[in-house]
Ligand binder design. Structure first.
Ligand SMILES: [Zn+2]
Length: 357
């Protein structure tokens, strides 16, 4: 106890603080939605550095994240297409446009700070994102859902916007002293066929990122802050509250090869211990979350069952494929209420897995 509890206690405290902020911002979100109604989703790598609300200076809860290893998604995946289409139908029922950021990531200063999900191959990561965008265009016919390919450059936390012709792109860290008017004109050129409303709703994110990059530059932060120091393996959904840099690898439940994504994340965590980037005495936390919106009914109960199942599933994979991680592994299982972002603890083991089996 004591020191080893720090990891889980830290996470629960983080959730309480985030949930409180999230609820405090309910009015702000409503005001923002009134002005910028487009529903925005982001398909992202599970890498903990990719915090789009921070990078775009946008209120939490506006951008709906979908996270997976390498940001690899495929509209043929049964569970992914069901989740995504549910989001699209919800948006359409409210008469809103849908914009999806299809992202890849890299670091301009060093290839090895890029995406491990792609073995640091940025070209391949970008091509995969472009293919996914094309898949969206085929499925939704450039109508109900507008996909935008977007690179996330983590050294300066700058967005790289790719135009409708994906070969054309602009690095927002290169944009200085531009008026809002010029920027709108520029976005219209980059996205000549997308609805005007989406341009208007994309604009605040672009302006936010330009401001954010200026702040990162001014802060002159040490580059090691961008290196991998994750100590949490998050499995499931509802992890908005865990958007803390260098903390967690998040594996969504979308990929039919979920076991491979869990194995990869577990290996990366073991690597962080072996290479001394994390203090292993605090342990590695397997954090499983299922999300729900309707409280007190079957949806909530199903979320609990899902959380228990996913945690057991992940533990079995780690036992089988990355057993060296077991001596460090602590367990935190629960579900997240999407109305409040509050995490409800169902199961907690601060002692390591080997001492329980
Ligand atoms: Zn990545």
């Amino acid at each position: 106890m004591g020191k080893i509890d720090k990891g889980i206690d830290f996470l629960l405290d983080l959730n309480i603080r985030h949930s409180s902020t999230y609820m405090d911002l309910a009015l702000e979100r409503r005001r923002y939605r009134g002005e910028h109604p487009t529903e925005i989703a982001a398909l992202k790598c599970m890498d903990g550095r990719l915090n789009l609300p921070v990078m775009t200076q946008t209120t939490v809860g506006i951008i709906q994240p979908f996270r997976n290893l390498g940001g690899k998604f495929e509209l043929g995946w049964p569970f992914f297409q069901a989740s995504l289409d549910q989001w699209v139908q919800y948006s359409i029922s409210r008469g809103r446009h849908c914009m999806v950021f299809v992202t890849y990531h890299y670091a301009r200063g060093d290839k090895h700070r890029g995406c491990r999900g792609f073995n640091y191959d940025t070209q391949q990561a970008r091509d995969t994102a472009i293919n996914l965008k094309d898949q969206f265009d085929r499925v939704y016919g450039k109508g109900a859902v507008i996909p935008i390919v977007c690179g996330i450059e983590t050294d300066l936390e700058a967005l790289i916007l790719h135009g409708e012709d994906s070969d054309q792109s602009v690095d927002l860290s290169d944009v200085h002293e531009t008026s809002e008017f010029e920027l709108v004109e520029f976005l219209r050129l980059l996205y000549s066929t997308i609805p005007e409303q989406i341009i208007r709703d994309l604009l605040p994110l672009v302006l936010g990122n330009i401001r954010h990059v200026a702040e990162i530059r001014a802060s002159n932060r040490a580059i090691e802050d961008s290196e991998h120091k994750e100590w949490v393996l998050g499995v499931g959904r509802g992890f908005d509250w865990l958007h803390l840099i260098n903390t967690a690898f998040i594996v969504g439940p979308f990929d039919p090869n979920l076991s491979f994504a869990i194995e990869t994340a577990a290996k990366l965590l073991k690597g962080n211990i072996d290479e001394g980037r994390v203090d292993s005495t605090n342990g590695i936390v397997l954090l499983t979350s299922a999300a729900y919106r309707d409280t007190g009914g079957p949806e909530h109960n199903l979320a609990k069952e899902k959380a228990y199942f996913l945690s057991q599933f992940a533990q079995k994979i780690i036992q089988k494929d990355v057993p060296d991680l077991l001596p460090y592994l602590q367990i935190l299982t629960g579900c997240t209420d999407l109305n409040t972002r509050k995490f409800e603890v169902l199961e907690r083991h601060s002692d390591t897995l080997t001492s329980r089996v």
